[in-house]
Design a protein around this ligand. Sequence first.
Ligand code: FES
Ligand code: FE2
Length: 373
Amino acid sequence: MTPTARPARLRPTLSSADYCSAEVFEVERERIFHRGWMYVCHVDGIPPGTKRVFDIAGESVIVTRDLDGGLHAFANVCRHRGAQLCDAAMTEATKGAIRCQYHSWTYGLDGALVATPRVDDEFDSSEYGLWTYRIDTWNGMVFVSLDGRSTDAVDLAAWIASATPHAAQFADLPVASYRIGARSETLVAANWKIIVENYAECLHCAVVHPELAELIPLYKSGNVVHPDDPLAPVTFAEGRVAFTTSGRTTLSVLPGLDGAPEYDGVAIFPNVFFDLTPTVLSLTAIFPLGPDRSLVVGEYLFHPDDVARDDFDPTPEVEFNELVGAQDYVVCEMVQRGVASRAFTTGGLTVKDEYVADLVQRYLDIRGPVAPD
Ligand code: FES
Ligand SMILES: [Fe+2]
């Protein structure tokens, strides 16, 4: 007997609990954010002799760069009686040693305990340096891993190669030489995966990003890449040479690029977008603050000679990126409110959501099952 032909069902999205539940977020903290490698900033954001504080899904981490250029990551915890050392708010890089506000124990940028005022005890201060985390760079981008204990802890290169193989095509760009010309922070009331999934599809582009769809005509079709040739360049409209509203620019082409008017990029799992256009590399970091909130930090990188100029003006590039980002965050928050409904089971992924489907699969593979209640 021939089975009756029935229309195929769409592949399911993640579930409401995956986007909303504290339990899933806790599992993600254990198996992804505190286990794998999280992007924190470009090296230019942490000059030699400075420190910064980052919130890695609820763990406050001090990142330092010593005067020799060496990078370090420490728990933001004093070894005396456990006070938090630095203000945990996301801050600019500040110079100088790390001094506890409680009893003034002081640590060098290499984490060594260097002063314990008014303490008379003889003790081995080398036993009381700051607790360290792993830190490494990939092409000028600084990543931290809180996993110091697992026997199967992977190094950064292996982590990127396995979770984001597509990033390899950018490995030879001299990104470490680019300079930060602008930075932004946005609180988004959405789960980090909703922001990453939104990045992975362009079905929304014609509706949500009219200006972007004017600049990049392919996006009017809802495709992220050319359907017949996924490796073909994603080019700008005729006559436009830069990722700005007008398509014009006063800035130089980034080192390593030839100025071809096109876009290329990748979402490096789990928390940074790498968006490359001729005059600006936009690095967008997502810091998950809870199941339904994320801090999104944009770093805009330019040709180092441009950033050094007195009349350097990145406004057109920054404003266009920020416009597209703001449009995205409105719809991400809309999705967060929708998937929190008791009615939502799962949605459906279409062919043009194929990169979202890939992402869902990769995420589930890395996260693994969450125990039922
Ligand atoms: S807790 Fe930091 S110096 Fe005492
Ligand atoms: Fe978008």
